[in-house]
Design a protein around this ligand. Sequence first.
Ligand SMILES: [Zn+2]
Length: 346
Amino acid sequence: MISAEIPDKESNPLALVAVENYMIHGPCGDANKNSPCMHKGKCQKHFPKKFVKTTIVDDEGYPVYRRWDTGAFIEKKGVKLNNLFVAPYNRNLLTKFDAHINAKIYDQHRSVKGYFNLIPITENWQVRDYHSTWRTNKLFYPDKCLVTSLESIAVTQTKLIEWMKCNDEYPQARSLTYSNFPSKWVWNATERKWTERKNGKCIGRIYFAYGEKYYLRMLLNLFKGAISCAYIRAINGVIHPIFKDACYSLGLLDDGKEWNVCLDEASVWASGSQLQQLFVTILLLNEVVSPTDLWRTNAVKLSEDMAYILKRKMGMQAARFSDEQLQNHALIEIEDLLKKRRENNG
Ligand SMILES: [Zn+2]
């Protein structure tokens, strides 16, 4: 579902924040003549758009999205930007992406390094190798799981482990995935256990995460009746050392499609250098299986304004560059951005 309007604050606060952060173009034009999108006094991305009553497909087959004059606006650099400055976005993908970043920032804020991880100690693969890589608090859980954790998610862990216990104990529990578990079972915070719901319904929810947590969540959406962590990582008889590998072997991470879509959508409004920022953000989420493939697929977009930037740097308007040269320079920019972001993140 693609939209090109400022979301409603009441009914869609998450989408509003995400749109505010990522999907507002500008200010450019007269309000900001130095915006990177400005070329010969015109916005190269064709903002502001026009008000449109309903979404239509134009003569050349391109969609023109609905933009109503609702009076809603978002202020950037002291300029009020209304629906005419909203880049088309996919609401689900956008809020998901935003939540990813927030989760990342939140964890960094707590300055705890390392991912939530559950490692069975009964398997005979090299648990010790993992020991040396996880430096955060470790505790042994009698359920044969070695839990490496962040304090903040202690409750999540307990819930997860208790879910496995339920699966072990009650056959009727095994028909639900972890995400659907709260539809029939209720978490009792005082007793720290799940009890079967007597009545009423509740839609279960797993919160957004990144890194191993993210992959674990992906798997939890699929698996029913798990009684140990190893069970979740066991795919076709192979126990994978980390959840990411398990996801990969299930084909869940095929080709990084969602990141391509994300960059595609952003390219409608973002300049090449803004796209580079986005690309770096995506890489820092540590969820891209093949950064090289992601780069190859998007190299043209990511080097879009390199010619313009290089000409300005060199003071030679007549200079010509090959695609390969432009892409090499874009890669250098990306490397710099990565370095800076890593330094900032400690
Ligand atoms: Zn512009």
